[in-house]
Design a protein around this ligand. Structure first.
Ligand code: SAM
Length: 364
């Protein structure tokens, strides 16, 4: 019953793809009989009272983002099939919105598949302005999904896909990449903030495959957790061992995540980097930010967090955990958090790093 209740609180978020259409055209062509509501709560209330409530909500922060009642099925909708609509959770739209690349910018999506954020960056850049997205995806199989997604969204002219290529091996000073100014990093994470639409429950420590609805292998830690008939005195030890494994997995992920940010900071013309996870664990979020800020790479190259008031997400209320930012208000306020379900979808974290003034090429 609790799960059903949670399900009713997750709207169906839809990003109108500006590479193909406009918000007003979509509303006219596909949802003429729908009524706009001013609050997300009104949308959920309407959906709870009438099964086929024809209402929508326009997100006040992210441009071109709409919410529909949780039960709406858009998969067969012609606008979805044509790539005009992209089904994308609200929190998943925050990184490209925060990256806020100017028209004509050269950008990188470092860890791109299935490509929701890649096509979002492309939509913000617009077609025909000279802007580019270079999208790295290390896993060749997932890169195939990325290619399909990019084509369907009409992003082929703007997006170059580096299929099967490791971002960490990309040369920041290469002819091709040295002009990049904006980078979006959404690396693999524990997925602890993911809410499954099917089960409507939080999934612990999921992996990217799971996001695509594929069954994932159980981790050794989970197998330990689920082992039946453990005698009582063993149970405490098993629990301790499970927690140790979970902790060490989080720390390994955090090391990789930090490495990705530090590599991005080496691009000579880079001005702005967003870092995001769909994790609710501070180890992968605030702790990574603090680790990066303390690093020699960030300090030498003049990277800092983009302050809340400078960024496009200044109006978002839920911010970073102060105690995990060493009590630094500026850093905590720079971090954006989404709580699962409560904030309208999956649990999420995003922050932007920026640097001012001329880049010292000598230091690069
Ligand atoms: N940003 C994507 C989206 O919104 O659709 C989701 C990205 S998913 C969290 C992380 C992706 O990064 C996975 O597809 C994974 O295969 C890829 N990846 C992991 N390490 C990588 C690396 N070193 N270089 C490039 N891609 C990597």
């Amino acid at each position: 019953a609790a799960d059903k209740e949670a399900a009713a609180k997750i709207p169906r978020w839809v990003r109108v793809n500006a590479l193909k259409t406009t918000l007003s055209d979509v509303l006219k062509a596909g949802f003429a009989e729908y009524m706009e509501v001013a609050e997300l709560k009104s949308l959920l209330d309407a959906a709870a009272t009438a099964k086929n409530a024809r209402v929508y909500y326009k997100d006040p922060i992210v441009e071109n983002l709409l919410a529909f009642p949780p039960a709406i099925d858009l998969i067969a909708h012609p606008l979805y099939k044509s790539g005009a609509l992209i089904l994308q959770d609200r929190s998943s739209c925050l990184p490209a919105h925060l990256l806020d690349p100017p028209k004509g910018a050269r950008t990188i999506d470092a860890t791109a598949a299935p490509g929701n954020k890649t096509t979002h960056i492309a939509a913000l850049l617009g077609d025909g302005n000279g802007g580019t997205v270079t999208a790295f995806e290390k896993d060749s199989r997932r890169a195939e999904v990325l290619k399909k997604m990019v084509s369907r969204a009409g992003g082929d002219a703007v997006i170059t896909i580096k299929a099967g290529e490791d971002f960490l091996k990309a040369d920041p000073k290469s002819e091709e990449l040295r002009g990049v100014t904006h980078l979006l990093l959404d690396p693999s994470c524990s997925g602890s903030g993911i809410v499954s639409r099917e089960e409507y429950s939080l999934i612990p420590l999921s992996d990217p495959a799971e996001k695509n609805g594929k069954k994932r292998k159980r981790s050794a830690a989970e197998k330990v957790k689920q082992k039946p008939l453990i005698v009582e005195e063993e149970q405490g030890e098993q629990e301790e061992s499970r927690q140790d494994m979970e902790k060490s997995r989080l720390l390994a992920l955090a090391e990789f995540q930090k490495g990705t940010i530090l590599h991005a900071m080496k691009f000579p013309k880079a001005r702005k980097i967003t870092y995001s996870t769909c994790s609710i664990h501070a180890e992968e979020n605030e702790d990574v930010v603090m680790g990066v800020l303390a690093s020699a790479v960030a300090r030498r190259r003049g990277w800092r967090v983009e302050r809340r008031e400078e960024g496009t997400l200044r109006g978002w209320e839920r911010r970073g955990l102060l105690e995990r930012c060493g009590g630094d208000e500026v850093v905590a306020q720079a971090c954006v958090r989404c709580n699962p379900i409560e904030d309208g979808g999956i649990g999420f974290f995003v922050v932007a790093f920026v640097r001012d003034g001329d880049v010292d090429e000598e230091a690069e």
